[in-house]
Design a protein around this ligand. Structure first.
Ligand code: KPL
Length: 297
């Protein structure tokens, strides 16, 4: 099957490297220079000290007309509006999979309600090393759930690729909320403290901060089981211990972060419930004060 991937960030390159082993993959990037690199040299995957290269097609997203039946949209939350604005580019696409962190972007997906629309969460540790190289720093899974229509062409992905398992969920909202909690705790703290994910668990004061942030977040989100949610945060932190979170990388590179879609969303939920969230607000403001305005991929 031919698969399109919109976005050449860490997640886009990781998907291209794994799905490109069995499928024809085209990566649509923001910068023409990245598309050139990928088309000429392929995507390089670094894992366990080894590098493998997978050939892909690539072209800039601007002006493209995607003709793959299945397309993954991997751009950051804040870039989604500009991608969706090119709605004609997706005319021939039958199945779209959106892989954004956080919440708040779902209203935009209604414009694709005539297609099969899936949302998904990525629990892999991945770091973009340069325009065509991604390091797979923590094995996790990709969980997908249908938002509109059926699973469509995504069914063909079945259980995924070796090293890149795919799980299927029935409840799209649940998987997004579960991932939101993980990102709400790990991403801003690693970005502000300038540490890898695993370091959050290494000292009692950092673990304390995680717990305080988690306790406020869980109070305003519809969680089924708070203990399991905390265990998930800790497990993902361990599994991606050697990873710099996406928010760490964004701040380190002077880019805009996804803090609005993550803790900004949590604050809105707090306001709606009349809940004071001092720790969330403090962490939110600290990230906002540091963030740049560039975009990636
Ligand atoms: O999703 C992530 C991110 O960095 O955005 C985690 C799971 C925290 C991995 O770093």
């Amino acid at each position: 099957m031919n698969i399109g991937i919109v976005g050449g960030g860490a997640v886009g390159l990781l998907l291209a490297a794994y799905l490109g082993r069995r499928h024809g993959v085209t990566v649509y990037t923001r910068r023409p220079s990245q598309a050139r690199q990928l088309a000429e040299h392929g995507v390089a995957l670094k894992k366990d000290g080894e590098t493998s290269v997978v050939a892909v097609r690539a072209q800039p997203f601007a002006g493209a007309e995607l003709d793959e039946p299945l397309v993954f949209v991997t751009v950051k939350q804040y870039d989604l509006a500009s991608v969706c604005a090119q709605i004609d580019a997706f005319r021939r696409v039958r199945t779209l999979v959106f892989l954004q962190n956080g919440m708040g972007h779902l209203e935009q997906l209604t414009m694709f309600a005539d297609k099969n629309v899936l949302v998904g969460v990525v629990e892999h540790g991945a770091m973009k090393l340069d325009d065509r190289t991604v390091a797979h720093t923590g094995a996790g899974k990709l969980t997908l759930a249908s938002r509109y229509g059926s699973l469509g062409d995504a069914r063909e992905l079945r259980e995924g690729e070796r090293g890149f398992p795919i799980e299927w969920a029935d409840d799209w909202e649940r998987i997004l909320v579960d991932k939101l909690v993980v990102n709400a705790v790990i991403n801003p703290l690693t970005a502000l403290l300038q540490v890898k994910n695993g370091a959050l668990l290494e000292t009692a004061p950092y673990r304390d901060m995680m717990r305080q942030l988690f306790d406020e977040v869980r109070n305003v989100l519809p969680l089924e089981d708070a203990n399991r949610a905390w265990e998930r945060v800790v497990r993902i932190c361990q599994k991606t211990a050697d990873n710099y979170s996406s928010m760490y990388m964004d701040l380190a590179n002077g880019r805009r972060t996804e803090i609005d879609a993550i803790l900004g969303y949590v604050l809105k939920q707090g306001e709606a419930r009349g809940a004071m969230l001092p720790v969330v607000r403090f962490v939110f403001c600290a990230v906002k004060g540091k963030e740049g305005r560039e975009t990636d991929g």
